[in-house]
Design a protein around this ligand. Structure first.
Ligand code: GDD
Ligand code: MG
Length: 355
């Protein structure tokens, strides 16, 4: 194998996951008990690539503070910080000085996937490609990079966020590139690999190949996808060797206290030191460390931030509760509601039911 380096892009602002990403970058959010990025790092390691460079920008210090030199995960981690975000292509160019091999694996940092990385690398080598993209099929490609291919598996176009997609094949956020391609990206200014580099390579006749993989795949960029991806990891629907416990209907981290009459299901995660009261139901949701769920409360498909408190009987469905927010009893929040960190809502202050 000639691939010796992996680059993970983790500098995005995580805008769609606010307010959770006000304090932590998206790839560091607790996902099935560990930072989201841990699942990707261990997947890269398991594919035999152990030198990993993180292209950071937003809240760069949080990554090195948690992962250090990578040794506990069996990898060698390096960090490169962008003072101003350089975009996906600019971020790759910016780490070039740390790369050791002629072939580089690049990953978006917010994807959970079971794709066969050795198979992706094999396609790249056999085709002697400049770039080989991992593609997956989705029901609605409009939020992604739409990537049509020809009968030989060669990429014919790269259409980022196309409102009228020509195929259901999308860029899955993992690709193999030749070092020479990285060196050709302009330095010192923002570059989008999706909007500039890939279309430019195709226009210039470069050899861009595709590897379509039918394995598990999800981008965790929105609250709905974040809770669904976490629940899939907990239940073993999404593969990971980083899960801190056995797969099952729920993952309860050490130091959590769950009342014996509470119900945990749907791949819920109960963070360290979190409390779930009598008769409460936590379904397919993520409770960060220290969250407190009152007696009889129901939390479905939602994220409850660090140390947030949910009052007795309150119903949360498809909502995001910021860190340390305090919600009273008898509230009802649904359908994408977001409560900002530290906010306080009095008993019964909000009762909302969609439809
Ligand atoms: N270092 C750095 N600097 N990283 C960045 C920057 C930057 O300026 N901007 C974004 N990133 C990182 C994000 O942290 C994320 O891990 C990754 O690049 C992709 O950014 P997203 O903001 O998540 O993009 P997206 O989900 O809308 O679209 C991308 O991913 C889709 C698949 O999940 C594109 O690559 C699409 O083509 C693709 O289909
Ligand atoms: Mg994304």
């Amino acid at each position: 194998m000639t691939s010796t380096d992996a680059v993970i892009l983790v500098g995005g602002l995580g805008t769609r996951l606010k307010p959770l990403t006000l304090s932590a970058p998206k790839p560091m959010l607790p996902t099935a008990g560990v930072p989201l990025l841990t699942h990707l790092i261990t997947r890269i390691r398991d594919a035999g690539v152990t030198h990993i460079v993180l292209g950071t920008s937003y809240r760069a210090e949080v990554f090195s503070g948690h992962f250090g030199d990578g040794a506990p995960l069996g990898v060698e981690l390096e960090y490169v910080v962008e003072v101003e975000p350089l975009g996906t292509g600019g971020a790759i160019r910016n780490v070039a000085g740390r790369l050791r091999g002629d072939t580089v694996l690049v990953f978006n940092g917010d994807v959970i996937s079971g794709a066969d990385l050795p198979a992706l690398m094999a396609v790249h080598e056999q085709a002697d490609a400049d770039v080989t993209l991992h593609l997956t099929r989705v029901a609605d490609p409009r939020a992604f990079g739409c990537v049509p291919t020809d009968a030989e598996g060669r990429v014919t176009a790269f259409l980022e966020k196309d409102p009228d997609p020509v195929t259901d094949q999308i860029h899955a956020g993992a690709y193999v590139v030749k070092r020479s391609v990285i060196d050709s990206i302009p330095e010192g200014r923002p570059v989008s690999v999706e909007r500039e580099t890939f279309p430019g390579l195709l226009a210039a006749g470069a050899r861009v190949m595709a590897h379509v993989d039918a394995g598990y795949w999800r981008d965790l960029g929105t609250p709905g996808d974040f809770v669904a991806g976490s629940a899939d990891l907990v239940q073993g629907i999404a593969p990971s060797s980083a899960l801190p416990g056995p797969t099952g209907p729920a993952l309860t981290l050490p130091g959590a206290h769950v009342d014996p009459t509470a119900t945990l299901r749907g791949g819920a995660t109960i963070g360290a030191g979190a409390v779930v009261g009598a008769g409460a139901v936590v379904d397919g949701s993520v409770l960060f460390d220290g969250a407190v769920i009152g007696d009889g409360a129901t939390v479905t498909r939602s994220v409850v931030g660090f140390g947030a408190r949910i009052g007795a009987g309150t119903v949360l469905d498809d909502v995001v509760i910021g860190d340390r927010a305090v919600l009273g009893a008898g509230l009802e929040l649904r359908a994408g509601a977001r409560v900002w960190p530290g906010a306080q809502l009095a008993d019964g202050a909000i009762r909302f039911s969609a439809g």
